[in-house]
Write a protein that binds this ligand. Structure first.
Ligand SMILES: Nc1ncnc2c1ncn2[C@@H]1O[C@H](COP(=O)(O)OP(=O)(O)OP(=O)(O)O)[C@@H](O)[C@H]1O
Length: 258
């Protein structure tokens, strides 16, 4: 399988202690991968190493057959879009301008956006149900609306790989499903590779092709949801007991805490 992302023997630390320990990972192109694990297990740190916001002190990250550090920033932005936790709302731009910022890797110096750029941004706002917000300011909308706007901006980047850090944490159940279904659709139709951190183990199990289960900076298990989300693994990592329930309409089982 062609790899969108390949990580070999990656180690990372902020200070003395290793926060990521010998991470090895192969993410097939076009797959939907969720990173799960308890608070502080290293999920966000791993995503930040993938997008080169943080640099490992050992090991390597390869994106579409090239070491991540070899990419020029615009080149990497055409390959990969990232939606970080908590949108940056330091500046009070309007929503449409924020979404249009996704076109920056395509716009040449001293040029402004074209009609095509605006059409791409509009389409992304339609897909994320944010078009009606376009004249509002980014500070003047709700946390969940802002989360969808940041996803619209990432889609406007037209990446091959989309990294999402807890993209549904502020969304109500309708929009949680809408965003994950949209990701799944882009995944299937555009062969977009999606890697997302999630806390909802049932939504992760339902939507993911593969799950990476982390604990204490290590990958405990990688595989198909039903292989990874076993009673034993969940007890080991989250220290809770669950029942695994098979429902006819879903391929993957539901996980019920007891
Ligand atoms: N900027 C930082 N400086 C120092 N330590 C950090 C920093 N960011 C995170 N850490 C530590 O690194 C470890 C992993 O944090 P990380 O944010 O990657 O975990 P996470 O799995 O994404 O957690 P959560 O589910 O709570 O978002 C934690 O022990 C955290 O305290």
């Amino acid at each position: 399988m062609v790899a969108a992302i390949q990580i070999e023997n990656l180690k990372f630390k902020y200070a003395e202690e290793d926060v990521l320990k010998y991470i090895n990972l192969h993410v097939p192109k076009g797959s939907f991968v969720s990173i799960l694990g308890p608070n502080g297990s290293g999920k966000t740190t791993l995503l930040k190493n993938v997008c080169h916001l943080l640099k490992p002190y050992e090991g390597k990250v390869v994106i579409s057959d090239q070491l991540v550090e070899r990419f020029k920033s615009k080149e990497l932005a055409r390959e990969m879009a990232v939606v970080h936790q908590g949108a940056n709302t330091e500046f009070d731009f309007n929503v449409e301008d924020v979404v249009l910022m996704g076109r920056f890797p395509y716009i040449k110096k001293f040029q402004s956006e074209t009609l095509e750029d605006i059409a791409i941004a509009t389409e992304a706002m339609k897909k994320t149900s944010t078009l009606h917000l376009k004249h509002k300011t980014i500070k003047g909308i709700s946390g969940g609306e802002r989360q969808r706007v940041m996803i619209a901006r990432a889609l406007t980047q037209e990446p091959q790989i989309l990294l999402l850090d807890e993209p549904i944490s502020h969304l109500d159940i309708k929009y949680q499903l809408e965003i994950l279904k949209l990701c799944k659709m882009l995944n299937a139709e555009n062969n977009l590779t999606i890697i997302t951190t999630l806390h909802d183990i049932n939504l992760a199990t339902r939507f993911s092709d593969y799950i990476i289960l982390m604990n204490h900076g290590e990958i405990v298990e990688i595989g198909k949801p039903f292989e990874v989300m076993t009673k034993e693994n969940i007890r080991r990592v989250y220290e809770v007991d669950v029942e695994i329930v098979k429902m006819d309409q879903f391929e993957n089982p539901m996980i019920v805490p007891i």
